[in-house]
Structures are given as C-alpha cells and as structure tokens.
Design a protein around this ligand. Structure first.
Ligand code: ADP
Length: 262
C-alpha cells in the first residue's frame, strides 16, 4: 500500500486534521513482478539454444569439421536448436500481437469442417511418425463467426500437444460438435496425463510439468498460453480433464455469434 498524506489547517493556522490517501498497489506490483519474470524467462529460453548453437559451431570450426560423422551429428544439433529458436520467436510474436491494445480479430463465417480439413493433413503426418492414430469426428455444417486463422492455431496447438504427450501407438481424437449457440471442440488423448496439482498452471507462459520432456518434443512452453488467449478474446472458455497415466481431454467452447468481444 502506498500512503500520501496532507495536513489541514483552520483559519488561525491550527492543525485541524489530515487527509490520507491509501493506494492499493498490490495489483500494479504483481503486474510488475510478472513482467520481470517474463523477461527473465524469455532471456533464459533464448539463451539456451544460442549457447548450444555457438558451442557446437565453435567446436566444428576448431577442427571437428574434418570428421564426417561428428560433422553430421553437430550440424543436426545446430539445426534442431535453430528450429526451436524460430518456433520460440514465432510464439513470442504471436503472444505480443494478441496482447496489443489495438488487436482486433478478423471475423468471418468459419465452417469448422473446412477449417479442420485444411490443417489435418499435417497433423496426420505428425501423428503417423509416432505411430499414433488420429481420429476425427467433425460434424457437418457447423459454422461460427470467428477469426479462422486463430481458431486453426488453437486446434493445431492442442493436437500437437496431444501427440507430443502421448507415447507411441497411442490414440488422439478431435471432435467438433454443435451446442445450440456454441461450438464445442474436444481434443483428447490417452497419453501421460497431468497431475491435478499442475492443471491450473499449464496455461501460464513457460510453465511445463516436465521441462526436459517438453524440450525434447520441441515445445516452447507458450502453446497453451496462446490457446487460452485466443479462446478468451473470442469470449469462449477452455477447460481440462486429466488423469496421470490415463490421458487428457481439452474442451473449448466458442460462442457462434458474439457482439461484445474484439
Ligand atoms: P509445451 O511447449 O511445453 O508443450 P504448452 O504451453 O503447450 O507448452 O503446455 C504446457 C505444459 O502442459 C506442457 O509442458 C505439458 O507439461 C503440459 N501438457 C500440455 N498438453 C498436454 C497433454 N495433452 N498431455 C499431458 N500434458 C500436457
């Protein structure tokens, strides 16, 4: 709390009282702490791949270049780390765009079967590489007023996670159903699941239940923060049911028409 005070005098210049202003700055302090935390996290996340890239490039330049097998191995690491860096920067730019004061959704009539049809081939391929079966149940003729590109991102991020956090030969399912004035998107998997203690935190930026695992799967730690943001600017809602060792189900509810949101 910040306190500002001023005395009040009467006509004879005698102290009559005082005015005290109490400002509750808890919220501001919290925002400031979050901002500092975020900058520290971003710096750390950027530094890790860059240290690795410069380290391996330096070793190659210092002579390891002559050994073909080492060359291949190190270049693969350099490529992977650059790729991770690219993903991280893309996610950071997406988040900062979404948070801008003048951010507006580009709403059109979005047909869910058409939208999912455009993104599923790549996701089928990704699932196939892990031997995961990706099944879809997208009802016909479901349409809503929304920003199609953003909704695509929501589904891509949720399906990518479902594939990443499900062991080989698992099952991932996408369903889209009509619920009167809402569209209900469900992404479920029979993967590693999330302990209830961690569920409230997974939408925070850079929060990962298992850092090493997320790094190995190429995650940036920002995917769900972006998903939540997009759902909220559409005035929608996201929730999770999960059980460790059994799997997870992510539910997204989006209003079909919404005059109040951006
Ligand atoms: P990441 O890039 O690490 O996947 P996200 O923001 O997409 O970042 O997810 C945050 C964390 O939530 C993940 O690191 C993981 O621990 C957990 N998580 C997300 N989706 C799933 C899922 N389908 N099954 C199990 N854990 C998940």
């Amino acid at each position: 709390i910040e306190i500002i005070g001023a005395p009040i005098f009467n006509e004879r210049n005698m102290l009559k009282g005082a005015v005290l202003l109490l400002y509750d700055i808890t919220h501001l302090k919290k925002l400031e702490l979050m901002r500092k935390d975020f900058v520290a996290n971003v710096s750390h996340e950027l530094k890790t791949p860059i240290t690795s890239i410069t380290g391996f490039a330096e070793t190659l330049l210092n002579g390891a270049l002559n050994d073909k097998e080492t060359l291949h191995r190190f270049l693969t690491i350099i490529y992977d780390e650059s790729y991770r860096l690219q993903g991280l920067i893309e996610d950071l730019l997406t988040l900062s765009k979404l948070e801008k004061d003048d951010f507006r959704l580009t709403r059109t009539t979005v047909h869910m079967d058409q939208l999912t049809g455009e993104i599923l081939p790549v996701l089928h391929q990704r699932a196939g590489q892990k031997g995961i079966s990706l099944s879809t149940d997208v009802k016909e003729d479901i349409a809503l007023q929304a920003d199609g590109e953003r909704i695509k991102q929501v589904i891509i991020n949720l399906l990518t996670n479902a594939i990443s956090y499900t062991p080989e030969n698992g099952e991932v399912k996408l369903s889209v159903t009509d619920e009167e004035d809402h569209v209900h998107i469900t992404v479920s998997d029979n993967g590693i699941g999330i302990h209830p203690e961690y569920v409230p935190r997974i939408f925070e930026r850079f929060y990962r239940v298992d850092k090493a695992r997320s790094r190995n799967t190429g995650g940036t730690g920002l995917g769900l923060a972006i998903v939540k943001h997009i759902v909220e600017v559409h005035n929608g809602n996201i929730s999770v049911e999960s059980e460790p060792g059994k799997g997870s189900v992510f539910h997204v509810l989006l209003p079909k028409h919404d005059e109040t949101s951006l």
